[in-house]
Design a protein around this ligand. Structure first.
Ligand code: SF4
Ligand code: SF4
Length: 262
């Protein structure tokens, strides 16, 4: 027993400090517009598109950070330090790059346009109410709608001593009846679609929905198919998004805090 106490005293504090703005993540920057077509062709999650003749779009809500578009000296993109890719608006995850002066690539299909603006009004209204009424306490129900569990591993870290999300007034609950926030990871599989809807229905109002990871935002590498509905906002209203595959634990915490920010 004495040795346990001594170990605890000498181990020091494991919990990290709250990260400020500018906590580093990784983002992809367009550096060689002439190689854009190759990047469009090689991207496995169809995250790179063009918008008209002068703009390339990299959708961080689809990007799985495989790095293929940044491989080799002539690659179109380069991985650079950036922020954590947290946003209240889906459109903000679609990063735009000017192609002025570069040869225009063939127009790729805009896979992202169909989910723009989906149910945004309800999410905004609910977010306002939660900020007013739940500013000091947030109970979270996690639902894995069908991903690879990579996001869930990162999510598990939130209650570890290192990240200690309870210090922000947040905690995870087993029942949706007790939850204020539904945190969705994974692509919405056909088998889990009804569970997602019913989980949200079981939550008292006001309530929020946070989509964590490329799968929950857009379907990610899995896209849409007979077995996959794609991103969570194709099924329920989503209030904020945390990009990544998987996102870092700090990005998830920032996403939760972004929901409660004034
Ligand atoms: S890093 Fe992202 S944008 Fe680049 S190829 Fe991979 S998924 Fe596509
Ligand atoms: S976003 Fe990436 S890590 Fe998360 S469930 Fe999908 S494939 Fe797995």
């Amino acid at each position: 027993m004495l040795s346990i106490i001594l170990d605890a005293l000498t181990a020091g504090r494991a919990t990290e400090r709250t990260p400020g703005q500018g906590t580093p993540g990784t983002r992809y920057q367009l550096v060689a517009p002439g190689a854009l077509q190759e990047a469009i062709d090689i991207c496995p999650s169809r995250a790179i598109t063009v918008d008209g003749p002068d703009t390339a779009v990299l959708d961080e809500g689809r990007c799985v950070a495989c790095g293929l578009c940044a491989e080799g000296p002539g690659a179109a993109f380069r991985a650079v330090p950036g922020d954590l890719g947290v946003s209240r608006a889906r459109a903000d995850l679609r990063r735009r790059f000017s192609l002025a002066g570069a040869p225009a690539p063939a127009r790729a299909p805009d896979h992202a346009a169909d989910d723009a603006g989906r149910l945004a009004e309800e999410g905004t209204r609910l977010a306002e109410t939660v900020r007013r009424r739940l500013a000091r306490s947030l109970h979270i129900r996690h639902l894995d709608a069908g991903g690879c569990n990579g996001c869930d591993w990162e999510l598990n870290q939130l209650t570890s001593p290192v990240y200690d999300v309870q210090r922000f007034g947040c905690d995870f609950v087993a029942s949706p009846r007790h939850a204020d926030l539904l945190l969705v990871t994974g692509v919405v599989t056909a088998n889990l679609e009804l569970a997602l809807v019913r989980t949200l229905d079981a939550m008292p109002r006001p309530r929020l929905v946070l989509a964590v990871g490329a799968c929950a935002i857009s379907g990610g590498i899995f896209g849409t198919s007979e077995a996959s509905r794609g991103g969570a906002d194709r099924v329920v209203a989503v209030d904020a998004y945390v990009a990544g595959c998987p996102p870092r634990p700090w990005a998830i915490i920032q996403g939760i805090r972004a929901l409660l920010a004034p």
